[in-house]
Each structure stands twice: as structure tokens, then as C-alpha cells.
Design a protein around this ligand. Structure first.
Ligand SMILES: [Zn+2]
Length: 402
């Protein structure tokens, strides 16, 4: 019998091979030997196991440089599938995702109220419909992945605080869904799911140390460290919105004072903008970040001042993040990223002023360019990554479409 450690090591190696095949479709066993440093016989055995489980298929024969021929390998696109759910303040979005994290089917419903009962019934209905769709297509689903607004205790899948949604506070999304659906449920806050989406599809491809900073109504970071999500002890790592940038600043709902997000979230900017700009620019009261960004582009000094100041404050938080985690790449997304070039320049300039020159020049800062909301796009990846990490527990009957 194998010991636990050997199973762990085996799972780790299987997971590495699956990740490499996901990132580079159509590579040979020899390529895997070179990429992993494992022995040829070791790779052959691991690949054999993945083929037996139906996760990997042999593809067309490819010619190798030295004139030899080798069989190429790829993930079986019809193997494992995931249900991914984005629980947002105003809506639920649900999709069926394949092993590459691509959505095959999606559906969305807006909330009419802020009640917990409506959130629960909508989640249950949309996930139920998506599972029906998977049955109709004869696709095996291995789990449900959910992104929810932070802060949350991700181990318990429990929402800690949702501003203005008192009924949601303390709601365990994980417990609720596990009681309704007989499969593993993974719940993460939206920034953690977004960093996975960037890692699989966006500016994070090829990097194992990246941070996604979601600058929205609140500010949170998803940290992908050493090839994995970094969650911390309670699962609230990355809540940079509640780090202090003004030690005697105004009190925040979280109990701290002068929190970063009070100075640079879209909520903070819109609140200030209503005072500074509202009268002449928004007769219908619909002042948005888009509107402010357009005014800044057109040269309105007050709008420009608002977005650059918000950018400078965010830069302070990002400089702190760099000093704490030293990531290779930082990707900015969320509503504030629509504030455009003056905002982005202010963020980078503020980071530059507050970090060591060599550290600044060695850290990439990007704007997210994903077209689909990464907090939804990454929910399938959340489930598929978990399945990859525990391949030995994945039964052959979990896999269809061999
Ligand atoms: Zn706070």
C-alpha cells in the first residue's frame, strides 16, 4: 500500500502534467520529461494513468526536430466539467465549463430584492437548470465553483460582510449549496476567482506569482503565489481594501480606521463626484465612473483631479502589497479600471515613488483585458484546478466521453 505522502507526491506530479497539457495543447511525453525533470518512465506511467482515467487523449502524430516521430497528448475536452456561479450584489450568473475552463452554456438572472431568500432560490434554480443542461449533453460535472463578494471565510464559504445587504452577512454559500447538490462545492471571494481567470486566460498566463486587484465598490486582491491561490489562515488574505493608509482616518465598517478602500473604491469616487460634479453633469443622478472618465478625458480639471487622486491612493495600497508579497505581475480590474489612462498613470507613478527602483522596474503592472467578467470566468477554473489537484480521488466513472 502506498503511504499518504506518496499519494500526495503522485497527485502533485499528475497535477503538474495536467496543468502543462492545459497550457500547451499538443505536446509529447518527451516534452513533458523536459518540462518536469521527471524520468521518461515516470512520465509514461503518469500519462498512462491519466489516459486510463479518460482525462488525457493521444492526438495526431507530430514530427519531432530530430526526425523522430512522437505522439502528441492533450486534455480530453469531453472529460470533466464544472458548474461555475458568480453571486454578485445584483444578480446570479451561472455556467457550464469544460476542462479548459471555457463556458459551454451560461445563464443570468437579476435580483428584484436584497433578501437572502431570493438569493438562495435564484442560486438553486440556476444551478439546477445548468445541471439539467449537463445531463442533456451527457456531460459529467465534478463540482460547483462560486465567486461571492468579499470579505469571506473561504474555507467555510461564508460571507463575512456585504455592505448594504444585512441579510447576506453570515450566509454560508458553501453549506447551503452542499445541502442542495450532491457534489463538491468551492467558494472563493471574487478577487480570488478573478486571479485564476487571469492566470488561465489573461495577463497572468505563464506567471506563477501574480496578484489581481479588484478596484470596485470595495477593494480586494486575489493572490496567486507559487502556483496556487494564497488564502491565509481564515481565507481572508488579500483584503487590502481594509488596510490602513491614514492611521487616524474616519472609521470603517470593518472596525479599522482610514482603510484604503475609503479613498479609492468606485463607491468613494462616486460619493465625492456627487458633491463636486453632480449639479451640472448628471441631471438624472446617473453619475458613473464612465462619465467621470469621459469628463477627465475632455479636460474637466475636477474630474481629472478625482481620478488621479483615487489612482494615487490605490498606488499606496499596491506599494504595500509589493512589499508584503513581491509578486511578478499585478493586474488591475473592476469598475475603477474604466477610469482610463490618467488613473492608471497615477497608480503607477504612486507605486514608483513608494517602492525600491529595482523592485518597481521588475514588477509588471497591467490593466485587465479580459472581455468576460473574470469573477465569473474563473469559477470553472476553480473547480477544474481542484479536480487536477486530487486526481487520485477522481473516479474513472467521473469522466465521460472517452
Ligand atoms: Zn475597513
Amino acid at each position: 500500500m502506498r503511504t499518504g505522502n506518496l499519494v500526495d507526491l503522485q497527485d502533485h506530479n499528475l497535477s503538474r502534467i495536467l496543468e502543462l497539457l492545459r497550457e500547451n495543447g499538443g505536446i509529447s511525453r518527451q516534452d513533458l520529461v523536459e518540462m518536469t525533470g521527471l524520468s521518461a518512465s515516470g512520465v509514461s506511467k503518469l500519462v498512462g494513468e491519466l489516459i486510463d482515467k479518460g482525462l488525457v487523449v493521444e492526438d495526431t502524430i507530430i514530427s519531432r526536430n530530430k526526425g523522430r516521430r512522437a505522439i502528441s497528448l492533450k486534455l480530453n475536452p469531453n472529460s470533466v466539467h464544472a458548474v461555475g456561479v458568480r453571486l454578485a450584489r445584483h444578480s446570479v450568473q451561472c455556467g457550464l465549463f469544460n476542462v479548459y475552463g471555457r463556458a459551454l452554456f451560461t445563464t443570468t438572472r437579476d435580483f428584484r430584492t436584497r433578501s437572502l431568500a431570493e438569493a438562495k432560490s435564484t442560486l438553486e434554480e440556476l444551478i439546477g437548470e445548468t445541471l439539467e443542461e449537463s445531463k442533456a449533453r451527457s456531460l459529467k460535472v465534478v463540482g460547483i465553483g462560486v465567486s461571492a463578494p468579499g470579505p469571506m471565510f473561504s474555507h467555510e464559504g461564508r460571507i463575512v460582510l456585504t455592505s448594504n445587504y444585512p441579510e447576506w452577512t453570515g450566509f454560508s454559500v458553501k453549506e447551503f449549496l452542499a445541502s442542495r447538490f450532491d457534489m463538491p462545492v468551492y467558494v472563493e471571494h471574487d478577487a480570488n476567482v478573478s486571479v485564476l481567470a487571469e492566470k488561465w486566460f489573461g495577463k497572468g498566463v505563464g506567471s506563477n506569482n501574480l496578484v489581481y486587484v479588484m478596484v470596485d465598490r470595495g477593494v480586494g486582491a486575489g493572490i496567486f503565489y507559487d502556483g496556487k491561490l494564497y488564502r491565509g489562515n481564515h481565507g481572508i488574505a488579500g483584503e487590502i481594501g481594509h488596510t490602513t493608509i491614514c492611521y487616524d482616518g474616519p472609521p470603517c465598517e470593518c472596525g479599522n480606521r482610514g482603510c484604503l478602500e475609503m479613498y479609492c473604491s468606485s463607491f468613494a469616487v462616486l460619493t465625492q463626484a456627487r458633491e463636486v460634479l453632480a449639479a451640472e453633469t448628471a441631471p438624472d443622478g446617473q453619475l458613473t465612473i464612465d462619465v467621470i472618465a469621459r469628463m477627465a478625458r475632455e479636460g474637466d480639471p475636477r474630474a481629472l483631479q478625482l481620478v488621479t487622486e483615487a489612482g494615487r491612493f490605490l498606488g499606496i495600497g499596491i506599494a504595500n502589497l509589493i512589499n508584503a508579497y513581491n509578486p511578478e505581475r499585478i493586474i488591475l480590474g473592476g469598475e475603477m479600471s474604466k477610469a482610463g489612462e490618467p488613473w492608471f498613470r497615477a497608480v503607477k507613478e504612486s507605486v514608483r515613488q513608494r517602492t525600491l527602483p529595482e523592485v518597481y522596474s521588475g514588477t509588471e503592472i497591467h490593466l485587465s483585458e479580459l472581455e468576460t467578467d473574470p469573477a465569473f470566468l474563473g469559477t470553472g477554473s476553480l473547480v477544474i484546478s481542484a479536480a487536477f489537484e486530487n486526481v487520485s480521488e477522481l473516479q474513472t466513472h467521473d469522466v465521460t466521453g472517452k
